[in-house]
Design a protein around this ligand. Structure first.
Ligand code: ADP
Ligand code: MG
Length: 323
């Protein structure tokens, strides 16, 4: 690298984000020193994005900076946690200063939006991959886990489903709709972690998960952790005009049901809290839509408006299939 490892860290990452009063020591020493507020539980999550696996080689560095942070904040959102600190492990093939500046900018913009401080990391040379670890706070016993769903509970989802999946089909040349392209690309490249929704449903939701691998797969994790099944009403799925048109043309429900990368939240709430939840939904920018109900019988049933059953694919699995 023309730039030394330490210059690179100093130039791009030492002062990338705001600092916070609970950061006793940030970037620059062997460890960060962080003060968890008294009485809070620390929620910790980590996610890696690998080139050719999670993003294509031509990805805009600012989009990658944004997304590597967004996918981690999305996990905190799914727990109802309030984000505070992140660390960043970067593996780079070379120290391209333009690339680094843009990556850092995309990362910093989203960090600022959610008052998140970058407090440390690691920088190594190798095939491009980005790992972010995020830390947030939640009251003891208040986190939204996967294992609390009960038969009769209502299933909600934020935002719209299948947009990122449709963006991938467009990227692969398998679907063409130029008028929807900017919207779809943005949904794939710049997912917005639904922190407000997760936090608003703390104390209401019995279970929650973020939709990273596809609704059927991620809801499936709630159902198996909670030992329940569910029925989804396909006509209720919140779809953007682009995905609605695609499903209308192709009849392919698997796009909104099983495509990943939307980073919406799937939340399960008791029926008796429905009014409160609907009221919260009205004030969430991303929206909150009822899509189905938790059942005692295991398995996931997806019903069309005509009452036909549709088989949902299992969603993305890194070690499933041949590649
Ligand atoms: P060590 O040798 O103790 O692991 P490093 O030389 O890897 O320390 O890193 C020096 C300092 O810079 C540490 O405080 C580390 O947390 C921070 N750091 C390294 N890479 C990054 C990065 N990509 N983003 C933020 N902080 C980083
Ligand atoms: Mg190190």
């Amino acid at each position: 690298m023309s730039l030394s490892e330490f210059d690179l860290i100093r130039n791009y990452f030492s002062d990338l984000t705001l600092t916070r009063s609970d950061v006793e020591l940030g970037v620059g020493d062997d460890c960060a020193l962080l003060q968890v507020p008294a009485g809070k539980v620390l929620a910790v999550t980590i996610d890696t994005l690998v080139e050719k696996r999670h993003f294509s080689p031509g990805v805009a560095p600012a989009d990658l900076g944004h997304k590597s942070l967004a996918v981690n904040l999305s996990d905190l959102a799914a727990m109802g946690a309030i984000p505070a600190w992140v660390t960043l492990a970067l593996t780079l093939p070379c120290a391209d200063e333009t690339w680094l500046a843009e990556f850092a900018h995309g990362f910093a913009e989203l960090a600022a939006l959610h008052q998140v401080a970058l407090v440390g990391g690691d920088t190594t040379r190798g095939p491009l991959s980005v790992t972010v670890q995020a830390h947030g706070f939640v009251d003891p016993g208040a986190a939204l886990r996967r294992d609390g769903a009960e038969p009769g509970d209502l299933i909600y989802v934020t935002g719209t489903l299948g947009d990122a999946g449709l963006a991938l089909l467009v990227e692969q040349g398998l679907y063409t709709r130029p008028e929807y392209l900017p919207f779809l690309r943005r949904r794939l490249a710049r997912p917005q972690p639904r922190l407000e929704a997760g936090q608003a449903l703390r104390g209401l939701a019995t279970a929650a998960i973020d939709v990273s691998d596809g609704l059927s797969s991620d809801l499936g994790h709630i159902l198996s952790a909670s030992a329940c099944g569910a029925t989804l009403h396909l006509g209720q799925l919140p779809l953007s005009p682009a995905v609605r048109e695609y499903v209308g043309e192709t009849g392919d429900w698997n796009l909104p049901l099983a495509a990943g990368d939307d980073y919406e939240l799937c939340l399960v709430v008791p029926q008796k809290r429905q009014d409160e939840v609907e009221r919260i939904g009205l004030r969430l920018d991303c929206g909150l839509t009822w899509i189905g109900t938790v059942d005692r019988a295991s398995g996931l049933r997806c019903l069309t408006d005509a009452g036909e059953l549709v088989e949902a694919d299992s969603g993305y699995d890194h070690f499933g299939g041949t590649d």
